[in-house]
Write a protein that binds this ligand. Structure first.
Ligand code: CO
Length: 462
């Protein structure tokens, strides 16, 4: 009765509670303890960490990964990858996806969790195939959502599709924290029975369901659960590691976790958490239990975005109307899971429909979606929306990335000396402006250090 844990403090909890602003130095001293605590894996890279390293922290994301690897030789390092979107929001050509996956593994990643926002498996096949070739463990993730067309059968079908692609485990990814204990139990059981692969459960504590959901998932046979060390747990992050460890041990499970080490890890992060609270980086709002998401069956983050949008336009009194329009827009779009970027697209369109009239303005993202540039919609797109967005043209039925020109060689040439390695080329392909800014700052630092060294040597001689 083994149940293993993936610790999310370095990635998802960091992202969900403090907008991924934790610099490497903030957690460097505890890495060796994390390595020895008995986790199945440490989720430490991918998601927004890459973007945030370049954008806010002046860190090379690749170097961060290598440093974590060096400090954690024993525990598997895990990343989150958005399939053909890599770590961004647009589709990248296959050569970039292949090189990115290969370099992630070369720099230290063991487990890659790969998903597509629409559960369109064509959008993850290149990433999955490459990761398998590189010897990584591939976790195929299914985005969990609630809609009239998403049911147990549809999730089982997706899981079977993932198995056919060769993934070693299946993750049920509940990014919104709306997976109930009952649904978790049924879904884990159905998927395990159908595909016989290890099942991982990922949820968030946003609506307060988290602990119960994880417990029922384990009862149904889940093999790995995602949790966050307690002082970085709860709210929009994951349920607490120590609490789940305590409960599951009592039920006779072997977790493999070292409770003393867990305490050490939690004690280590406490002062950092206090600092984040003081500076306002950690807002108590994200740590609260927010059940509105259950009523509206939309993610908490989307709800707060809608409130912010309407407040900015002085139209907060329209919130109820917008919330009624969200399911209509979603239905017209064929029920995409409300995960980034779909949640933003649906929210903006619903707001516009209420404020300026139904589909008077249609965002270019929605037009691209209807054209098929994000992949296949889970259900049928409404005739009205097709008419408005396609204007008689045929939508794309192939995989969108098949239409993209290769990027790696071209970018290598374009960057010349600015890129010191393929990792630089990939940073640039993923986030061109951010990477360029980072390269310039790095160059400046180098020049400064060089001048300083010369002066020091000069002074020594004198
Ligand atoms: Co998450």
């Amino acid at each position: 009765m083994d149940i293993r844990f993936t610790e999310t403090v370095l990635r998802d909890a960091n992202q969900s509670l403090i907008a991924t602003r934790m610099p490497f130095e903030a957690f460097a001293p505890i890495l060796q303890t994390l390595d020895k605590a008995g986790y199945y894996s440490l989720e430490c890279w991918g998601g927004a960490t890459f973007d945030s390293c370049l954008r806010y922290l002046d860190e090379d994301p690749w170097e961060r990964l290598r440093k974590i690897r060096k400090a954690c030789p024993e525990t598997k390092l895990q990343m989150l990858l958005r399939g053909q979107n890599l770590l961004g929001y647009k589709h990248y050509p296959d050569d970039a996806v292949k090189l990115f996956v290969r370099k992630s593994v070369e720099n230290g990643i063991d487990v890659i969790r790969i998903f597509d926002a629409l559960n369109d498996l064509r959008n993850i096949e290149v990433a999955v195939g490459t990761a398998l070739e590189c010897g990584a463990q591939v976790q195929g993730a299914i985005c969990y959502t609630i809609s009239p067309i998403h049911d147990l059968d549809s999730y089982v079908k997706t899981a079977e599709g993932l198995k056919a692609m060769g993934v070693q485990s299946v993750c049920i990814k509940d990014m919104a924290g709306i997976l109930s204990p009952k649904q978790a139990y049924d879904t884990v059981k159905a998927i395990k029975e159908a595909v016989g692969l290890p099942v991982v459960l990922h949820t968030h504590s946003t609506t307060g369901l988290g602990f119960m959901t994880l417990l029922k998932a384990v009862e149904a046979g889940a093999d790995v659960i995602d949790t966050a060390i307690s002082c970085f747990s709860g709210g929009t992050a994951q349920p607490a590691t120590e609490t789940m460890d305590y409960v599951l041990r009592e039920y006779g499970h072997e977790t493999g976790l070292d409770t003393k080490k867990l305490k050490e890890i939690n004690d280590f992060f406490k002062p950092y958490r206090a600092k984040c609270l003081d500076s306002g980086l950690l807002n108590p709002v994200v740590m609260a239990t927010a059940t509105d998401a259950l009523t509206y069956q939309i993610p908490g983050g989307m709800l707060s975005n809608l409130v912010a949008q309407l407040t900015a336009q002085g139209k907060l009194e329209k919130l109820d109307e917008v919330l009624c329009e969200v399911p209509n827009v979603r239905k017209d779009m064929g029920y995409p899971p409300l995960v980034t970027p779909m949640s933003q697209m649906v929210g903006v369109q619903a707001t516009s429909n209420v404020l300026t009239g139904r589909y008077k303005n249609i965002s270019k993202e929605i037009k691209a979606y209807v054209k098929g540039e994000y992949g296949r919609a889970p259900g049928e797109i409404s005739d009205e929306l097709k008419q408005l967005c396609l204007g008689g043209e045929q939508p794309i039925t192939c995989r969108y990335a098949d239409l993209l020109e290769p990027a790696v060689e071209k970018t290598r040439k374009e960057l010349g000396d600015k890129a010191t390695c393929d990792e630089d080329v990939l940073s640039y392909i993923a986030f061109p402006q951010l990477a360029e800014k980072f390269f310039d700052a790095r160059e400046e630092r180098k020049t400064k250090t060089f001048a300083y060294t010369i002066r020091e040597i000069g002074e020594d001689k004198a």
